[in-house]
Ligand binder design. Structure first.
Ligand code: SF4
Length: 329
């Protein structure tokens, strides 16, 4: 068994030096290593909703999938603090089968997550049956979870394709919470919904969190959504956590040039943040970054120095509720 050291009893999910690398090529073609998650240390408290923000391709989904055991780890550890008994997942171990239902994920696309030609009842009962619940338990869990997400029980005989986009996402949420998870990854769950529905679904997640105490990693690229749903946030860029802290601290006083670039897109959040980041071809920056040992934001950063190219800055505490990984601080 892997050594784990001290586990904070208030923390339900933790990653230590977590790395998930993808290797392309080899043999005749040149090997290319993409560092989807690169030396990430994260702690999520019991009952907390933590927002993980960053642009597409930053590694957010890979980090979420790795936490619940859906992605193979290159090195480092994921520690799920299960009622004081830590479950350690590393490059050599997997999430034990009887624990899998406690770690759930809800995906972005409500249209492809569930077979549209399934009946709503079957969509809900299948995972429960697989998890070993009796018929009686299944019925009560189906009814409780539908009620919790605000769907009427009379939709049970309907086909999934008869539901609207908002109803399908509620059904996805019902499916996940019916399994009594302790930790949930919500991956861009409002991205594909109309603006009018986004607020409703965010409120639903907050309500579920309040009523059940399920801890959540809420992945989004939309800062206003992060602000609505969580009290603490992490900013991820090219596999690294570059800024972390309370929502208020990070959004009111963004420090990392990448966080500033993200906030520029939302003038209402921080009107004083100036447009300072180079608008360079992201693909070009990605290619240059593959072999680099330094700061992943080097090629877009107006403040970059020689040191930034060769050495990756570590997350540094700048206030009690604010950390940043940048040589400017
Ligand atoms: Fe820019 Fe250097 Fe800070 Fe990276 S470490 S964000 S390159 S100043």
């Amino acid at each position: 068994m892997s050594r784990v050291g001290y586990i904070d009893p208030n923390v339900i999910m933790e990653t230590r030096n977590l790395k998930v690398y993808f290797v392309k090529g080899g043999f005749l073609a040149k090997k290319q290593v993409t560092k989807a998650v690169d030396d990430v240390d994260v702690k999520i408290k019991k009952g907390e909703v933590l927002a993980l923000v960053g642009e597409s391709g930053s590694g957010k989904t890979t980090l979420g999938r790795t936490m619940i055991g859906l992605q193979r780890i290159t090195s480092g550890q994921v520690i799920y603090n299960r009622d004081g008994s830590p479950i350690i997942i590393d490059a050599k171990s997997k999430v034990p089968k009887h624990i899998r239902r406690e770690l759930q994920m809800i995906y972005q696309d409500p249209y492809s997550s569930i077979d549209p030609y399934m009946k709503v009842y079957d969509a809900l009962s299948m995972p429960l049956k697989y998890a070993g619940f009796s018929k009686k338990e299944m019925q009560s869990k189906i009814e409780d979870s539908l009620t919790m997400v605000g769907l009427p029980l009379d939709i049970l005989p309907n086909y999934v394709f008869q539901l609207s986009g908002g109803q399908r996402q509620r059904l996805n949420i019902a499916r996940a919470i019916s399994l009594d998870p302790k930790f949930l990854v919500a991956d861009e769950v409002v991205t594909m919904l109309d603006a009018s529905l986004k607020g409703e679904i965010v409120e639903l997640f907050k309500d579920i969190n309040r009523k059940t105490g399920i801890s959540m990693l809420f992945i989004t690229h939309e800062l206003p959504i992060a602000k609505l749903v969580a009290e603490r946030m992490l900013v991820m860029y090219r596999g690294k956590i570059v800024e972390a802290g309370s929502i208020n601290a990070v959004l009111k006083d963004p420090l990392h040039p990448y966080t500033k670039a993200l906030i520029q897109a939302y003038p209402k959040i921080s009107p004083e943040t100036k447009d300072v980041i180079k608008r360079i071809d992201v693909k070009e920056a990605e290619a240059a970054q593959i072999e680099s040992k330094g700061c992943p934001f080097y090629h877009r950063c107006p403040y970059a120095s020689e040191r930034c190219l060769h050495e990756m800055p570590k997350l540094k505490k700048v206030a009690s509720d604010h950390e940043v990984a940048c040589y400017l601080y």
